[in-house]
Design a protein around this ligand. Sequence first.
Ligand SMILES: Nc1nc2c(ncn2[C@@H]2O[C@H](COP(=O)(O)OP(=O)(O)OP(=O)(O)O)[C@@H](O)[C@H]2O)c(=O)[nH]1
Length: 275
Amino acid sequence: MSSDRVFERRIVSKRRTSANLEDAPEKQCPNGWASVVAAASAAAASSSSSSRPKTAVAKNLQQRPTPFQPHPDSNCDWFFKVMVLGDSGVGKTCLLVRFRDDTFLGGNYISTVGVDFRNKIISVDDSKVKLQIWDTAGQERFRSVTHAYYRDAHALLLLYDVTNKVSFDNIRAWLSEIRDYAHEQVVIMLIGNKADCSSNDRMVKRDEGEQLAKEYSVTFLETSAKSGLNVEIAFMSVARELLFKKTGIEKKGSFNVQEYVKEQTKTNCPACSTT
Ligand SMILES: Nc1nc2c(ncn2[C@@H]2O[C@H](COP(=O)(O)OP(=O)(O)OP(=O)(O)O)[C@@H](O)[C@H]2O)c(=O)[nH]1
C-alpha cells in the first residue's frame, strides 16, 4: 500500500438518497451491517459456547432503536476511519457513545462482539469531517476479526483503564499488534479512560501514561466517558491531525497535536470532573 493511500478517501458526492444512512460504512456493504455481522457471528460461533455475549448489532440495537433510519445528505469534505482499541472493559463503547450521543452507558455491561461502528460529522475550521468510528471487541478471542479492520484505519485510539493496571500493562502488546497490522502512517492516540475514578481506585498514574506515550511517540490524554472529560478533545485532536496530514503541506501550515492537546486540556482537571 502506498504511504499516502490511506488518506485518499475524500468524499466527492454524498447523493445516496435512501441508501444514505449516516451509519453505513463507505463502499463496504450496501446496508452497512452485513459484513460486520457475518464476521462477528463467525467469530462468536467458533469461540467457546459458554457465556456467549450478545452481538455488536444486538448491543447497538438496544441503544439505538432505529439503526437503519436514513439521514439527510451530509455534504462533508473529508472522511476518516478511526478505530477504538484496548482490553475488554476499558470503556471503548462508552467513549464512542459519549462522543457520538453525549450520553453515558451506565448499568449492565455488555461486551462487544466483533466490530461495530458509528459515524459523526464534525467541523474542523472550515471543513466538514466525517469520522467513521469503529468500536472493537476487546476480548482476545475476537482479535482475528478486529485485525482485519486495522489495515485501512486512519487513526487508532488505544485505551486503557486507569483503574486496571493489567489493561495498562497490555498496551505494549497492543502497540506491537498495531505495528504488525495497521498502516505505517496511522495516527495513534493513547488514552487513559475512567479518569473520573477516585484516587483510591486509580492504579495507573497519569505520569505513567504520559511516559509510555512519550516512549512510543504517540499523543496522550486521560478521558472519562462517564463525565465527558476530554472526550471531544480526543476525537477533535485526531481529526485535526488527520486533516493536517492531508492538507497541511499544501497550506504550508503547521500543527503539533501534542501542543494542541496541551492547550485544549489546560483548564481540565480530572479530579474536578469526578461525578
Ligand atoms: N467510572 C467509569 N466507568 C466507565 C467509563 N467508561 C466505561 N465505564 C464502565 O466500564 C464498563 C465497560 O465499558 P465498555 O464501554 O462496555 O467497555 P469496552 O471497552 O467497550 O468493553 P468490550 O466491549 O468488552 O471490549 C461499563 O460498566 C461502563 O459503564 C468511565 O469513563 N468511567
